[in-house]
Every structure is written in structure tokens, then in C-alpha cells.
Ligand binder design. Structure first.
Ligand SMILES: Nc1ncnc2c1ncn2[C@@H]1O[C@H](COP(=O)(O)OP(=O)(O)OP(=O)(O)O)[C@@H](O)[C@H]1O
Length: 294
């Protein structure tokens, strides 16, 4: 199996330089070390190792069934690795105490693919849920925080009274994002954030994620099939295929790799990844208005 981009870049460093760089580098926000996963007797991952650095957006791509969502679930402590270990925000997941897991979970937010809103609760109550679970905040403060988040994700305060069934696809995503961010997390996980949205809504939602990422200084891990979303947001990508991590590095380096999955995935898009094109694409996106939540 081919090495990662980072393996290749790191291999040329003189040992003394490598050691001093390593001692100065901040600890990664997420560290996946030699992880293997077997679910229901089926091997999903073999020897996966990757880091997520503070402040970056890591995109995870791979074919259907390649184990992207399972990797996300390992990072969320919802699955245990069969081999290796996963550390998130300094906490080793898998066999930690429930109270330690609960503490670290308060420091991340998750946007699930279908939004995962509770259909019997209003928008307000869906967003307030994580705050109410703390059982220590006064009602007035909860109301104020929920209203702030509604506005921050581009919704109106009066949308708080609506039921999920009354919302458009774009609004559902925004409510889910507000809930994911209500605890002001350091880390945000996004599973197919633009799935099911039309191109215009998808573009507006990506703009919103980009501006919130900057405002809140978030580290983001995102699974996506969508090339435009990747080009708009990610710093590095991790590519899963044949149970392995076949690439892990900056977007512009990974697109050049010759693995058949990578070639097919980026077919027709390689030129867009040239540094200048990428910069102007992102500039154009961040300068467009974001008027409607549609
Ligand atoms: N609990 C489980 N028990 C057995 N097999 C599982 C379980 N969860 C996932 N799998 C299998 O693991 C493989 C990877 O699933 P996963 O959902 O992680 O893939 P994915 O890359 O996210 O796919 P997609 O892009 O289609 O959503 C699939 O073959 C799936 O059927």
C-alpha cells in the first residue's frame, strides 16, 4: 500500500531537525494510531494512523463502504477499535471512564448526515437540549444562548417555535449546526454536511461553515463525497480505500496521486487545485452574501 503524503515529506528530515520540530509541535487535537476495526466479523480498517491539527479542516473521503463513517464513529467514541488507539483532545477513547467520555464530549459538536433532530421537539428545544442536559443553567440563560446560536447560523428568532417538519432541508442543517455548536466546542464533526441540498443551498451552507470555523476558531473533521465542499473548506484530506489509509496530506498534493480511486474522484478537478485557483475560489465564496437560509 502506498505511503501517506506526510510520510513522504517527513522522510527526508535530518534526525536532529526532526526531533526539535517534534518537540515544538503542538499536540494534535485527534490522534488515530495504528487502528484496526472489525465489525460483526467484517474487517473495515487495517493499521490506520492519522493526526488532526488544531485549527485545521480535515476531509475524509473514500468509496461507499470504505469505512469513513466508521472512522468518524471511532473518533466520537461510538465504536471501539479492534486494534490501536484513538485520542481526542488528550483523552484516550475506548476504555475510558464514562465520566471522562462525557467531559470530552462537551468539547465537540457533531452534525449528523440527516440532521438527527427530534421530530417531536421545536427548533428551540432541539438546540437547547445539550444545555439542559447540564442541569445547571438558568432558563433565561439557556433562552439567550439558543437565540444567539439561531441568529449565528442565519435563522430568525421566530424560527425557534417551528417544528422540524416545517423546515426546509437547508434550515434543518442550520438547526443541527446550531445544536452542534451550542456548547461552543473546540472541535466540530460533520458527516456529509451538504448531502441532500441543492447546489445553491449547499454553497450557502458551506459559506456558513467557513465563517463559523473562522469566528469560533474550530478544528473540523468532515466526511464528504462533494468535491466543491472539499475545495471550499479543507486543508488536508485523508483517503480510505481497501481497508487502508492510502493518502493523508494537503489537498493539492493528494489530488496528484495516481491511485485509481483518487484519479476518479478528482477527475476534471485537478487544475482547480493549483494554489492560485484554490485561493480565488475560496475568496469568491467567502465574499458572497449569505442572505437566505433556504
Ligand atoms: N455495526 C456494523 N456491523 C457490521 N458491519 C458494519 C457495521 N457498521 C458498518 N458496517 C460495515 O462497514 C463498512 C463501512 O461502513 P461505513 O458506513 O463506515 O462506510 P462509508 O465509507 O461511510 O460508506 P458510505 O459512503 O456508503 O456512507 C460497510 O461495509 C458497512 O456495511
Amino acid at each position: 500500500m502506498s505511503g501517506t503524503c506526510e510520510d513522504v515529506r517527513g522522510s527526508g528530515a535530518a534526525p536532529a531537525v526532526a526531533a526539535s520540530v517534534a518537540s515544538e509541535a503542538p499536540a494534535p487535537v485527534i490522534s488515530v494510531r495504528h487502528v484496526g476495526t472489525v465489525l460483526g466479523g467484517v474487517r473495515i480498517h487495517k493499521d490506520i494512523s492519522l493526526d488532526v491539527k488544531a485549527g485545521e479542516v480535515l476531509g475524509i473521503i473514500g468509496g461507499s463502504g470504505s469505512g469513513k463513517t466508521t472512522l468518524l464513529r471511532l473518533m466520537l467514541g461510538l465504536e471501539r477499535p479492534s486494534e490501536g488507539e484513538v485520542l481526542v483532545l488528550g483523552q484516550r477513547l475506548g476504555n475510558c471512564e464514562a465520566s471522562d467520555l462525557a467531559r470530552v464530549r462537551h468539547r465537540w459538536g457533531v452534525l449528523f448526515q440527516q440532521g438527527a433532530l427530534f421530530s417531536a421537539l421545536t427548533v428551540f428545544d432541539n438546540i437547547a437540549l445539550p444545555l439542559r442536559e447540564l442541569k445547571s443553567l438558568p432558563k433565561d440563560l439557556i433562552a439567550e444562548l439558543v437565540m444567539q446560536k439561531l441568529v449565528q447560523v442565519g435563522l430568525k428568532p421566530e424560527d425557534g417555535a417551528k417544528m422540524p417538519a416545517e423546515l426546509s432541508g437547508g434550515m434543518i442543517k442550520r438547526v443541527s449546526l446550531a445544536r452542534a455548536l451550542i456548547m461552543d466546542p473546540q472541535l466540530l464533526f460533520l458527516d456529509e454536511p451538504t448531502a441532500g441540498l441543492d447546489p445553491a443551498s449547499s454553497k450557502r451552507f458551506v459559506q456558513l461553515i467557513e465563517s463559523l470555523k473562522r469566528e469560533m476558531d474550530l478544528t473540523v473533521v468532515m466526511v464528504t463525497h462533494d468535491v466543491d465542499t472539499l475545495f471550499a473548506l479543507v486543508d488536508r484530506i485523508a483517503v480510505l480505500a481497501d481497508q487502508h489509509l492510502i493518502a493523508h496530506g494537503p489537498l493539492e498534493q493528494v489530488v496528484q496521486m495516481q491511485h485509481p480511486f483518487i484519479r476518479n474522484f478528482f477527475l476534471g478537478h485537478v487544475q482547480r487545485c493549483a494554489e492560485e485557483s484554490l485561493r480565488s475560489y475560496r475568496d469568491a465564496l467567502s465574499h458572497q452574501d449569505d442572505p437566505q437560509p433556504a
